[in-house]
Design a protein around this ligand. Structure first.
Ligand code: C2O
Ligand code: CU
Ligand code: CU
Length: 464
């Protein structure tokens, strides 16, 4: 790979915007995509143990420019935790940040004490060691700090990482699955850098939005693909920006997975939308050998003038490894969501002033109580002026309808985060199984981290 020097964001609009805003246009060379190291854990007495250190560090995003950051076992972001369905895992999380934090396993079905939400504070200097069984389907999940009102700033500085879960059903499929080679994670995070190279967190209550794109912590990344079929697992790990993703030549690609697992069959798309917290797995065909750029058009999160185009990844095919196997036409089997199984409908109104059902988060108040073993419909309506990605802990749910119409084909999989647009009413079907605790709640909230930090969150318990 040749290295060229670019002005940051030259291919998008951010270079120009930086000039207009009077910020220096730092030099940033085109660099190979950073791929987070895999951490498989160590097997001890049949338990897979992962040691994670929350730490402060310094990262060079721009050449010769030191940026103070936070990370897990490193200076920015954390390793990709590799887990297998059915494993029992223990995560030893040690906090060396000099401030309190938490670490939440986003998308995981687990006991409330292991969830890593606002009630599982890890004090500075302490170690927290949750243990649980991996009950997920194969997919990509993630972990991040979750301590309002500092979730936004802590994630912004780097407290996030990815989790790959494998299972038998997916292992049998002939999908690209060599990590970092033909199976690539992409964590998308928009950031703004200050004049001195530090990350600039504006604290804007409507959502903090950056003017450059970091992908797995790399700025201006490229990737040389040896494979004709490239599997991308994409996370919108941004605090507030929504993205519509597609390729520079508008090529069609296949979406094979949603937040919590694979779809029943690949869906052909030319664009996908991801709000903060959402993930997608896609397969892109590079057999024509042409370089192509994955691009993100951001509609912002609400404020006017936040529209922007980001070059996410330049992909350079270098096809020494021919991959001829066609994509399987059938991937996995999912139950058909059946609303008749629900014992009732629970309404949630995302309202003005960062409220849910007229309330802001109070960690001493339980907002909802659901019964262990029950299936419910949650009806989420948005009466505010901006879209909100609604996320529920502990469950993977299915979308029943949006304003009465069935969801798009690529929303018919397992979801833990769903966008609810202004004036929209989205119904989802969820089942609460395995774990109950009458006192310790799980969260539901908007995944715009600044909305969440402002109080757009509620608490539910599962009771036996
Ligand atoms: Cu990704 Cu409650 O969080
Ligand atoms: Cu979560
Ligand atoms: Cu929101």
């Amino acid at each position: 790979g040749s290295t060229a020097t670019l002005v940051t964001g030259m291919a998008g609009y951010s270079g120009l915007q930086q000039l207009l805003l009077g910020r220096p246009a730092f030099a940033a060379s085109l660099k190979p995509l950073a791929v987070p190291p895999l951490l498989g854990g160590e097997s001890r007495d049949g338990i897979r143990v992962y040691d994670l250190n929350l730490q402060k560090g310094t990262t060079q995003f721009y050449d010769g420019m030191n940026t103070p950051t936070l990370g897990i076992n490193g200076s920015y972001l954390g390793p990709t935790l590799k887990m297998r369905a059915g494993d029992t895992v223990r995560l030893n999380v040690t906090n060396q940040l000099g401030q309190n934090s938490t670490l939440h396993w986003h998308g995981f079905h687990l006991p409330a004490y292991a969830d890593g939400g606002p009630h599982q504070i890890i004090k500075d200097g302490a170690t927290w060691s949750p243990q649980f069984e991996v009950k997920q389907r194969a997919s990509m999940f993630w972990y991040h700090s979750h301590l309002p009102p500092v979730t936004g700033p802590q994630v912004y500085q780097g407290l996030a990482g990815l989790i790959y879960v494998d299972d038998e059903e997916t292992g049998r499929l002939d999908l690209p699955s060599e990590y970092g080679v033909d199976d690539i994670p992409l964590m998308l995070q928009d950031r703004t850098f200050d004049d001195d190279g530090s990350l600039f967190y504006s604290g804007m209550m409507m959502g903090v939005m950056g003017d450059v794109m970091l992908v797995n912590g790399s700025l201006n990344p490229y990737f040389e693909s040896k494979s004709q079929k490239l599997r991308l697992r994409i996370l919108n790990g941004s605090n507030a920006r929504f993205y519509s993703l597609g390729f520079s030549d508008e090529r069609v690609f296949s979406q094979i997975g949603t937040d919590g697992g694979l779809l029943e069959r690949p869906i052909d798309v030319s664009r996908i939308s991801l709000a903060p917290g959402e993930r997608a797995q896609v397969i892109v065909d590079l057999s024509d050998g042409r370089p192509v750029v994955l691009r993100a058009v951001s509609s912002g999160s609400g404020p006017v003038g936040s529209e922007q185009v980001f070059d996410v990844l330049r992909i350079q095919p270098d096809l020494e490894r021919a991959r001829v196997a066609p994509l399987p036409s059938r991937l996995v089997t999912l139950d058909q969501p059946d609303p008749a199984q629900a014992i009732g409908t629970r309404p949630f109104v995302l309202g003005m002033g960062m409220t849910i059902n007229g309330k802001r988060m109070d960690r001493n108040r339980i907002d909802e109580t659901v019964r262990l073993g029950s299936t419910e419909i949650w009806e989420i309506s948005n009466t505010s002026m901006v879209p909100h990605p609604f996320h529920v802990h502990d469950v993977q749910f299915r979308i029943l309808d949006r304003n009465g119409s069935p969801p798009a084909l690529n929303e018919m999989g397992l979801k833990d985060t769903v966008v609810v647009n202004p004036a929209e009413r989205v119904r989802v079907l969820l089942s609460f199984t395995d774990y109950s605790d009458p006192y310790l709640p799980y969260m539901y909230h908007c995944h715009n981290l600044e909305h969440e930090d402002t109080g757009m969150m509620g608490q539910f318990v599962v009771t036996a």
